[in-house]
Design a protein around this ligand. Structure first.
Ligand code: AMP
Ligand code: FE
Ligand code: FE
Ligand code: ZN
Length: 278
């Protein structure tokens, strides 16, 4: 008698689409997810939910589950904090209105950053950035891609390092919610708030405050994350009873190489996340 082999399923809980700053359309996201053998993907565009419905539509042609999500940018004590919201009611009118306002602030900030670049003698227009970004949310990665395409910098990395990264001459801050406000938005539409890529903050000192503010989970597994960091955040999750998530943060070819497939978390973690939905 042949032994039954249990098929292990995998998921990626942090994926962007072209509705924010990935080069992959919703259809391409699903095609790549199928290629990498993923059973579930969470769509977590920056301050935007309009990529979710089209992704669900394409996923229906494959056996892939789409988890509705969002990645909100927040700020506290001069530190940018990204909060993932899973299982949100992405069709909620109030949420859509709030995100619309944030996207408008993003557009205004692009105009300001382009103005600074032009004052430094770099000849690009906001129109070029907004055209590249298309529908959804616009961000610095679009700006970096225009700078690279026009030969103003030799790489996306150089654009961030010399011109538009935090603290660089053409960087402009935009009004952002506090983590508590971002978590509140996610909770209001039934979602679970999870701290994204904690290693990108200036240390772990803010984490206790973020737990008090209401994060329920932490993104432990992430593209190119060191074993050391993984262990550190696993320990932190166990200590504070936080749900563990993981994802590639794939931006298509937006950051050079495709990171989808680099992080494949066991589906068991999706089940744990799902069971915590109120
Ligand atoms: P924004 O939300 O407009 O401030 O832009 C943030 C986006 O820029 C996110 O997708 C980040 O991952 C991306 N980003 C930030 N720093 C870098 C960098 N050094 N290289 C490539 N992408 C970056
Ligand atoms: Fe991004
Ligand atoms: Fe992020
Ligand atoms: Zn992301």
């Amino acid at each position: 008698m042949r032994a039954k082999i249990k098929q292990i399923k995998f998921a990626d809980l942090h994926v962007h689409t072209s509705l924010s700053d990935s080069t992959f359309s919703p259809e391409e996201v699903i095609q790549h997810a199928a290629h990498y053998g993923l059973s579930a993907v969470a769509i977590t565009d920056h301050d935007c939910v309009s990529g979710i419905s089209p992704t669900i539509k394409f996923a229906s042609h494959y056996d892939i589950e789409v988890i509705p999500g969002v990645e909100l940018t927040a700020e506290i004590e001069d530190c940018e904090v990204h909060i993932l919201g899973f299982y949100i009611d992405w069709q909620n009118k109030w949420l859509m209105g709030e995100l619309e306002k944030i996207c408008q602030i993003r557009v205004e900030r692009i105009h300001k950053m382009v103005e600074r670049l032009r004052q430094s003698g770099i000849n690009i227009t906001a129109q070029e950035v907004l055209e590249l970004s298309g529908k959804g949310s616009v961000g610095r990665l679009h700006l970096a891609r225009v700078l690279e395409k026009k030969g103003c910098v030799s790489s996306i990395e150089e654009a961030f390092k010399k011109l538009i990264g935090d603290g660089c001459p053409c960087y402009v801050k935009r009004l952002r919610p506090t983590p508590k406000e971002a978590i509140g938005m996610i909770n209001k539409v039934g979602g679970i708030a999870v701290l994204a890529h904690p290693h990108t903050m200036y240390g772990d000192t803010l984490i206790p405050q973020l737990i008090q503010d209401g994060i329920k989970g932490i993104e432990v597994y992430y593209s190119d994350q060191s074993e050391f960091a993984i262990r550190r955040y696993e320990d932190l999750a166990h200590k504070h009873n936080l749900i563990i998530t993981g994802g590639s943060d794939c931006h298509g070819l937006g950051k050079g190489e495709v990171s989808m497939g680099k992080v494949k978390i066991p589906y068991e973690l999706v089940e744990k996340l799902k069971s915590s939905v109120a």
